[in-house]
Write a protein that binds this ligand. Structure first.
Ligand code: MRU
Length: 356
């Protein structure tokens, strides 16, 4: 299966349903699943059947539209009240990535501003908005990729953590967009994928989509990054982001901050890739970001044929960490590359009129 030809998230418009490539089955058993029930959509986001900040935003936006179709026979007051509950429920699936609430609020806002119109008209406006979020994401990722390409040269070694690739977005990805775009232009890079414990997004997803795209890809365990950097194999580190604070602190998959510290030590530039929609100007620093905590079994049992830790051991399983802005060489967005001091350059990226 060439993953590059498949859509991560799609809407079946004829018989409204959310179609997702089930990422819990990758790389071995690729399967497209079809969801119409809000509880199933919530579960799909929570269990990482669909994952990656932009992809969960798109999935939730389609989920809200599908829910609106189901409650279209309500009177308009009840319709809007139930829609708000649906928005809040979908938003509760995961706490860290800002794109989830951002996309849900966009679709809900369209319903609110059209409240005086008929319910079919409101739903049509919601459908258009959800589809726009997805197509804008493709355009955004491509632009992020173009900016990212200016940071590297053909043949460079790039280390990445988790999956901020096509599987995490509508197309191209963010941190992996320059690599995929480079392939389209006949370039090749040597990508080192951290396997990304505990859920193996690097091994199962990044390595999978890069190999499928013909990229020279090497998988390493997370604890090998230092050695690989020391051997001079890495020219730059490219990672994604789930929420970026106003001062440039970047929250991403657990382990990212350790990679940033190593990169600083070895003098390797460390770049964070994110759409402007991932920037949360309501928080001053990364300390305010809610870090998702996940089940202990992801560490003690998952992927093993039998449990690999004593029954009564305590487990701590934060899904994300925050990389301090002082470790970041640049933040690559669709509007350009922000450089330190971020409190100034991020404001320029978000200057009025650029983001809905
Ligand atoms: O828990 P996940 O797999 O959803 O975490 C994903 C990441 O940390 C990505 O790097 C981030 O969402 C950016 S995706 C373009």
């Amino acid at each position: 299966m060439n993953i590059m030809k498949y859509e991560t998230v799609a809407l079946d418009e004829n018989d409204p349903a959310l179609l997702i490539l089930d990422q819990t089955k990758l790389p071995n058993d690729p399967e497209i699943i079809r969801l119409t029930d809000i509880h199933d959509i919530h579960r799909a986001i929570q269990t990482l059947q669909v994952r990656g900040a932009p992809a969960i935003g798109i999935a939730a936006a389609f989920g809200l539209y599908i829910t609106a179709m189901k409650i279209r026979d309500e009177d308009s007051g009840t319709f809007l009240a139930r829609l708000k509950d649906a928005r809040d429920y979908l938003n509760s699936a995961r706490p860290t990535a800002v794109n989830l609430s951002w996309a849900l609020n966009r679709v809900y806002h369209v319903a609110e501003i059209n409240a005086g119109k008929s319910i079919p008209e409101i739903i049509e406006a919601m459908r258009r908005e959800a589809i726009a979020i997805k197509s804008e994401d493709t355009d955004t990722c491509r632009r992020i990729g173009e900016y990212g390409l200016t940071l590297i040269h053909d043949g460079d070694g790039i280390l990445t953590h988790c999956n901020a690739g096509q599987l995490a977005t509508s197309k191209y990805g963010t941190a992996l967009a320059p690599i995929h775009l480079g392939r389209e232009k006949g370039m090749n890079f040597h990508v080192y994928c951290d396997e990304t414990r505990p859920l193996l997004q690097g091994a199962r997803l990044s390595a999978f989509e890069l190999v499928a795209d013909g990229v020279d890809t090497t998988l390493i365990c997370d604890n090998m990054a230092s050695q690989v950097m020391k051997e001079g194999r890495v020219n730059a580190v490219f990672v994604g982001c789930d929420r970026l604070a106003a001062n440039g602190d970047a929250c991403n998959k657990i382990g990212t901050s350790g990679v940033a510290i190593l990169a600083k030590y070895y003098g390797i530039p460390f770049y964070v890739f994110c759409p402007a929609s991932t920037i949360d100007m309501t928080i001053k620093t990364g300390a305010e970001i809610v870090i998702e905590q996940r089940e202990p079994e992801e560490i003690t049992e998952m992927w093993y044929s039998k449990r690999m830790a004593p029954e009564d051991v305590k487990v701590y399983n934060p899904a994300f960490d925050v990389t301090g802005h002082e470790l970041i060489s640049g933040i690559v967005t669709e509007f350009g590359i922000a450089r330190p001091p971020y409190s100034e350059s991020i404001k320029e990226i978000l200057r009025p009129g650029r983001l809905l």
